[in-house]
Design a protein around this ligand. Structure first.
Ligand SMILES: Nc1ncnc2c1ncn2[C@@H]1O[C@H](COP(=O)(O)OP(=O)(O)O)[C@@H](O)[C@H]1O
Ligand code: SF4
Ligand SMILES: [Mg+2]
Length: 327
């Protein structure tokens, strides 16, 4: 049994007040991740990656964005069916997420060691002394130099790469079975990026955690992940293991993604968007959502939405005319 199973997840945005319409932004998303394995979720900004992650973490309880269908099962338990206390216990203890923007996730007025210790005291019932020792150990584990001193630093006294490492240390404080990392590396330079990815791999080797790595960069995903789910407009449009994806990439969008290298990254919108912004989500397109941009679009693409089709065992594509051949 997979550690995490997401089945037919639907997330909608509520528009126009209390009696407003529900606009689905994540539609029928299904995937699973086993312990010790890494799933990559890749797609352009706005396709629903962060909302999917937040839904798994139980962080979509707001009035504007809601889970409107499907199931999230962790270790066989349907998280949406659990009462809030049990859900919090699983989510705080056994799942952790590294957010896109480390500066906004760390509290600027507390020392980093205290922030890590707080998580430990909450979920592990450690004494203050134990929690501080463990926080120092975790900083060492994520290779912050001189951890005994840095445990007393404030976030602004650290570099962007170090803050990201502190975030990872916090995420790892409770030895989570599932670690979700939402584009942690985009704001950082390439060597720092590589260090963090290596670190996550090390930790996985040590603890056997399942990892979901979210990125708009297919290159990062290819290097790090066992399987890949490609998202477009709220749907997974291609899904298979990494070697197969590169040998038999079939969806025109996936091929486009491989060819395009994003110039500037501004993918922090989920944090900024929450209070009262009009959702930039248009009316649903009929047919394949990719058809206005697709070089292979033909008649049926405009009228009917392609369903998921297994073009080989373990390789699912949503396209009326999947392309042949490798990347
Ligand atoms: N709090 C929110 N309020 C309104 N719209 C939102 C909110 N969060 C996300 N959205 C919209 O939902 C869609 C999916 O967002 P997101 O999951 O953040 O995409 P990604 O992480 O792939 O860039 C986008 O169109 C985004 O603008
Ligand atoms: S269904 Fe048609 S428009 Fe959509 S990706 Fe496939 S070929 Fe292109
Ligand atoms: Mg995002």
């Amino acid at each position: 049994m997979a550690l995490l199973e997401v089945e037919n997840l639907e997330i909608s945005i509520v528009t126009g007040g209390r009696w407003g319409r529900l606009l689905p932004v994540v539609r029928g998303v299904s995937f699973s991740v086993e312990a010790g394995r890494t799933l990559g979720i890749v797609g352009e900004s706005g396709c629903g990656k962060s909302l999917t992650a937040l839904a798994i973490m139980g962080l979509l309880d707001g009035p504007v964005v809601r889970i409107t269908g499907g199931a999230v099962r962790f270790d066989g338990q349907d998280l949406r069916a659990l009462d809030p206390g049990d859900r919090r216990a699983i989510m705080g203890n056994r799942m952790a997420m590294i957010f896109q923007e480390p500066m906004t996730s760390l509290n600027p007025v507390y020392r980093v060691g205290d922030q890590i210790a707080e998580a430990l005291r909450q979920h592990r019932r450690m004494s203050a002394r134990q929690a501080r020792d463990r926080a120092t150990e975790l900083l060492d584990l994520v290779r912050i130099p001189d951890p005994a001193r840095r445990v007393d630093s404030f976030p602004h006294q650290m570099s962007g790469g170090q803050r990201q490492r502190v975030m990872i240390a916090m995420a790892l404080a409770c030895d989570p079975g599932l670690l979700i990392s939402d584009e942690p590396t985009t704001a950082l330079d390439v060597t720092v990026q590589k260090g963090i990815l290596d670190l996550m791999r090390d930790l996985q080797g040590r603890t056997g955690a399942a990892i979901i790595l979210i990125s708009h960069d297919l290159g990062v995903i290819a290097e790090t992940c066992d399987t890949v789910a490609v998202m477009y407009c709220g749907r997974i449009i291609e899904d298979t293991d990494t070697p197969r994806l590169f040998a038999h990439m079939s969806h025109p969008y996936t091929r486009g993604l491989l060819a395009s290298i994003p110039a500037v990254d501004r993918d922090t919108e989920w944090l900024e968007a929450i209070p009262g912004r009009v959702p930039p989500v248009g009316a649903a397109l009929p047919g394949c959502a990719f058809h206005p941009r697709c070089a292979f679009a033909k008649g049926p693409c405009r009228d009917s939405t392609p369903g998921p089709t297994a073009i080989a065992p373990g390789h699912v594509v949503r396209c009326h005319f999947p392309q042949e051949g490798g990347a």
